[in-house]
Design a protein around this ligand. Structure first.
Ligand code: MRU
Length: 359
């Protein structure tokens, strides 16, 4: 998607330098910095410290991490161990496990190839597929927005949580993909952007994406959603997912559940945009079985922003030695989800519809 009028993606392989290039998302929206990943440990660091984030993007980064590992050694045991290191970086998004397993299974099936070259080819394919999958999610979700516009005939107000835009994928995004497609078709839209404390992905990333694409948007703190839904100021909610269970329970950024409850109480459709790679077909109950990442307390007790000198600074916002807890994700029960938008089709949030998607 566009940054200052130019197309950019979040990750790509640079042939001439033999490095993987990423955007360091920790610095956005204040600085656009491209950094190189040249080793397995660079990739582990990038995912763990959230230079890259968003379920699909961490999956793609892990695939390139496997390529970088194979340059250190292409021995299968070493590659399996490297895959385990990558999988351990963040526990909730299933795309990470999906992508590492895909690389390992393919090299086991294909013993005759030059392993390093072959893994690079697999990673490039995973990256390319992600772009196509997200574009298709956009096309499918667009049909829903077109229907809402047909009934309303004026600007559609969409609420989204966290960042499930192109920065969370390679390009297009998941929840924002239908929004980008609707904007390209000149359907009038306005997006309510949730702050998404503690890391502020809404303010830092989603708002930046929408501003770059010239899409009208308004930033609200996390607790505003219920109020504007009651006042009829939201027509539809669309979020992403880090892991969806086969029963339709959706795990996404902390706070998603409360938005879904408010939407349900106010008869507002709540859609989840989900690449099939983010569905965990081995999990039958999302609330019971999806592991919830807990991150450093410092993300709760402090905030980061630009100071008056224009440099980024982290400041403390709680009493000294306050006890904080940083749950990063929550699970929205299937009963609150209107439909799930995948690249294949739009499905109901229940086992019979979801199991149909398994390939
Ligand atoms: O902690 P993050 O920033 O990686 O969390 C991202 C989200 O929760 C997104 O909504 C989710 O990954 C879906 S992205 C297409």
């Amino acid at each position: 998607m566009l940054v200052n009028g130019k197309n950019l993606t979040t990750i790509w392989f640079d042939n001439t330098e033999d490095v993987v290039k990423i955007i360091d998302q920790r610095l956005l929206p204040h600085e656009l910095k491209i950094v190189n990943l040249t080793t397995l440990s660079d990739s582990v660091y990038a995912i763990k410290e959230m230079q890259v984030r968003g379920a699909p993007l961490i999956g793609v980064t892990a695939a390139y991490g496997m390529y970088l590992a194979s340059k250190e050694s292409s021995d299968i045991d070493f590659l399996i161990q490297s895959g385990e290191k990558l999988k351990a970086t963040r526990p909730t998004a299933v795309n990470l496990i999906w992508s590492v397993n895909k690389v390992i299974n393919k090299i086991k099936e294909n013993e005759n190839n030059n392993r390093t070259e072959y893994i690079l080819q697999i990673a490039n394919n995973i990256r390319q597929d992600d772009i196509e999958v997200c574009s298709k999610i956009g096309d499918n979700g667009l049909q829903l927005l077109e229907r809402i516009y047909k009934n309303k005939n004026s600007t559609i107000n969409i609420l989204t949580h966290c960042n499930a835009g192109w920065l969370a994928t390679v390009d297009w995004g998941t929840a924002l993909s239908p929004i980008f497609k609707a904007n390209k078709k000149k359907i009038p839209i306005h997006v309510w952007v949730d702050e998404t404390r503690p890391r502020n992905q809404g303010f830092n990333l989603t708002a930046w994406e929408l501003i770059n694409e010239n899409i009208p948007n308004t930033l609200i703190v996390d607790n505003v959603g219920g109020h504007i839904m009651q006042k009829g100021m939201v027509d539809v909610c669309i979020t992403g997912t880090d892991r969806t269970a086969i029963n339709g329970d959706v795990c996404n950024k902390i706070g998603t559940y409360l938005k879904a409850l408010s939407a349900y109480d106010n008869n507002i459709p709540f859609y989840v945009a989900a690449p099939i790679s983010s569905i965990d077909f081995s999990i039958s109950n999302g609330i019971k079985n999806i592991p919830i990442e807990e991150r450093d307390e410092k993300e709760v007790s402090s905030m980061c922003g630009l100071n008056s000198k224009g440099t980024m600074e982290r400041i403390s916002i709680t009493p000294k030695n306050a006890n904080c807890k940083n749950y990063s994700f929550d699970v929205t029960p299937a009963k609150y989800i209107t439909k799930i938008i995948t690249e294949k089709k739009i499905v109901d949030a229940n086992e019979s519809s979801i199991s149909d998607l398994e390939v």
